[in-house]
Design a protein around this ligand. Structure first.
Ligand code: FAD
Length: 645
């Protein structure tokens, strides 16, 4: 291929969260087309409230450096641009190079969906051909529906369907060379992107000891996990300390690893173990693939129900009387709740930017159920502190624990961190590692020091209320408060419904609306696309899916609504799919403008400043979980615990 032919077709490859060479459909397609101009555009302004946290930005910086080197060795360059508008940066690249085409891989979070769609329209108007590809999922969210063409709202049904669909996607080989396109553009160095502040560098350096970002390292991590840890996964995943899970989440989030490759590698092992009648290996792969399925499902839910970053899938929490107590929020964030397992988890999160899924479930449930903190505060805090901060997975996790999903934990379920500690950290090693002040506590008391005799505390050097806090709330009081809150929620909901049926038509928003100050980006989804470059493998926006299926989504929404109990019947246990009875649940999958407007009023913020925790006494509590079997169905804890770090 001559350089003159390359000048006839120049393609801009817009990298985002697909920072790899291997099995990168957009890059592969562009390389076939001749000249490529790879670009990464950093636009903090557009990130807005989802501006990545310190550790996440650290990862991004390392990963970009890695990609830059790889592209260089293939003969091209990664152009880095810092801008106030992604669209204008792309137009600048087009003007500078004379490129006629822009390619990229799909993203599915509500913010990207809207941005990408708008950019696509604008570029098409400017006569630029735009093509987007599936680089992030096994299946596109618009490919999996039930027999009625409706979106699934339970994971098992969704994953079952996925596993029974003919697996089409095959990993693509990396291009063996790239023909660069020349163009003078105002680019910057990785350092100039400003992903890492000077003050952050010292603490970030520690991250480098534990993690090696970059697609080449992702490949190594995958191979190591598949060859050494996958076999034991079904048992090792239950451990909360150590490295028993795959630890692939940051790589998957930044697209340094192709999920197709992960799936295929694990599946190959499963075929071998099945032939060898190796039940443990087979089961381990099934559980691992289920975890991958949860990631797929997270994108599926936010695509089909894009309001979920602001509002629960089930609308019951709309009336929940959240306790916007910034002191408690601070105690939770700082790991000073007085519950050792929760505090250890929060301190590990702060120190390392990563925690095991089971710990994520425990600390998030504590924030919502014990402290009655708005779940979106917790979601945002995780977003700010996780290395693998991923909007869709974060949303799924918080909705799962807060009674917002038909197959997640019930709102009324309250697990005792003491009992969970005995179960998942039986020797107390995890607590000792992260709470040195409790290091000398005997195992018997380590998860409930408030019950320990004074002599034991003294010998262990623990002074409750001084060097380790007393429990921020005792479990019986927490249970009582949760019960009262749920009751109040039902009352308010019933009153709102009565008012509406009286013709008063009062609009009631999520109770956390009033306590939020800094908004999540507003998402206005388009009813229709006029994008002239739309093609069959192209990115869809929610209003496209299934063609004219707005009514189907409305129906599905009603089904979801019905899965929760009528407001005047305080029983949230019927989780079977019901038939539609006409209650309205607005799915923004339909994206009606009016719905969007009302949803956008529900944006929230997380308080920035708080004071210290209040210390109250605590008692142990054994929660009875009437929904254990339901939990086990979609058990994210199992999934994550199998990943048990
Ligand atoms: C409240 C809460 C918030 C969460 N926030 C995030 C987040 O911001 N980013 C994120 O990547 N994960 C999030 N998770 C999901 C899960 O905890 C992590 O993906 C997992 O712990 C990562 O560890 P691993 O790579 O060793 O996972 P493994 O168990 O080895 O699983 C392999 C991959 O499957 C996916 N996966 C596993 N469990 C889940 C799950 N429950 N939901 C979605 N995907 C899953 C991840 O991509 C993971 O890398 C959250 C879970 C909860 C309960």
């Amino acid at each position: 291929m001559s350089s003159s032919s390359s000048s006839s077709c120049k393609t801009i490859v817009w990298f985002r969260r697909d920072l790899r060479i291997d099995d990168n459909p957009a890059l592969a397609a562009a390389a076939k087309d001749n000249g490529v101009f790879p670009v990464y555009i950093w636009c903090p302004k557009e990130e807005d409230q989802f501006y990545p946290g310190r550790v996440s930005r650290w990862w991004l910086k390392q990963s970009l450096a890695h990609l830059e080197q790889s592209l260089k060795s293939l003969g091209s360059e990664l152009v880095l641009i810092k801008t106030h508008s992604t669209l204008s940066a792309l137009l600048d690249c087009i003007n500078a190079t004379g490129a006629t085409k822009v390619v990229f891989n799909h993203l599915y979070d509500p913010v990207s969906l809207v941005r990408d769609h708008n950019i696509k329209e604008k570029l098409a108007e400017a006569g630029i051909s735009v093509q987007s590809y599936n680089g992030d999922l096994l299946y596109e969210p618009w490919e999996i529906y039930d027999e009625k063409g409706q979106a699934f709202t339970t994971f098992d049904a969704y994953w079952d369907k996925c596993l029974n669909v003919q697996m089409e996607p095959v990993s693509l080989l990396p291009p063996w060379r790239l023909l660069p396109v020349e163009g003078t553009i105002e680019k910057c160095s990785i350092e100039d992107l400003g992903l890492e502040n000077e003050t952050e560098k010292a603490s970030n350096a520690l991250l480098g000891r534990a993690w090696s970002p970059g697609w080449g390292n992702a490949d190594k991590a995958l191979t190591e996990f598949i060859e050494q840890n996958l076999f034991d996964h079904s048992t090792s995943r239950l451990k909360v300390g150590g490295n028993s899970t795959s630890l692939l989440s940051p790589y998957l989030h930044f697209g340094e690893l192709s999920v197709r490759k992960v799936f295929q590698s694990a599946r190959m092992k499963q075929l071998i173990w099945t032939r060898e009648h190796n039940a443990q290996g087979k089961e381990s792969v099934t559980l691992f693939l289920k975890a991958i399925g949860l990631r797929e499902y997270s994108r599926y839910l936010t695509f089909n129900f894009p309001f979920t970053h602001e509002r629960p899938l089930l609308s019951n929490l709309k009336y929940f009387p959240w306790n916007a107590d910034t002191n408690r929020f601070k105690a939770w964030r700082q790991g000073r709740t007085g519950y050792p397992l929760v505090d250890a988890g929060m301190r590990e999160l702060w120190a390392t930017g990563w925690i095991h899924n089971r710990i994520r479930v425990i600390v998030s449930s504590f924030a919502v159920k014990f402290l009655l903190l708005p779940w979106r505060w917790g979601m945002k805090y995780f977003w700010d502190t996780l290395l693998d901060a991923d909007l869709e997975c974060d949303i799924l996790g918080w909705q799962y624990i807060s009674g917002s999903l038909p197959d997640g934990h019930e709102l009324e379920r309250l697990d005792s961190p003491q009992i969970q500690g005995a179960k998942f950290d039986p020797e107390g090693e995890y607590v000792r590692q992260w709470l040195p002040e409790l290091a000398r506590m005997p195992t018997e008391w380590i998860h409930h020091p408030w019950d320990a005799p004074l002599t034991v505390l003294k010998v262990a050097g623990v002074e409750l209320g001084l060097n380790y806090p007393k429990p921020v709330i005792d479990i019986d009081t927490a249970r009582e408060h949760l019960r009262e809150a749920i009751f109040k929620m039902w009352e308010t909901e019933a009153a709102a419904k009565a008012a509406t049926s009286d013709g008063m038509s009062e609009e009631v928003f999520d109770n956390s609306d009033g306590i939020e100050t800094s908004p999540i980006p507003k998402v206005i989804l388009k009813e229709k696309s006029s994008c002239p470059t739309y093609s069959s493998n192209d990115q869809r926006v929610p209003s496209f899916q299934n063609g004219n299926n707005g009514s189907l989504h409305r129906k599905r929404a009603k089904l979801v609504e019905e899965k929760r109990l009528p407001a005047n019947k305080p029983n949230n246990h019927d989780k079977q799919a019901g038939t539609s009875r006409g209650e309205e649940l607005c799915s923004t999958a339909e994206s009606s403008t009016s719905k969007r407007q009302s949803i956008s009023r529900m944006s929230f913020s997380v308080p920035q400043s708080c004071s210290s925790s209040d210390g109250r006494l605590l008692q142990e509590y054994d929660s009875s979980d009437t929904k254990q079997s339901m939990q086990e169905k979609i058990n994210m804890e199992q999934t994550s615990s199998k990943n048990g770090k």
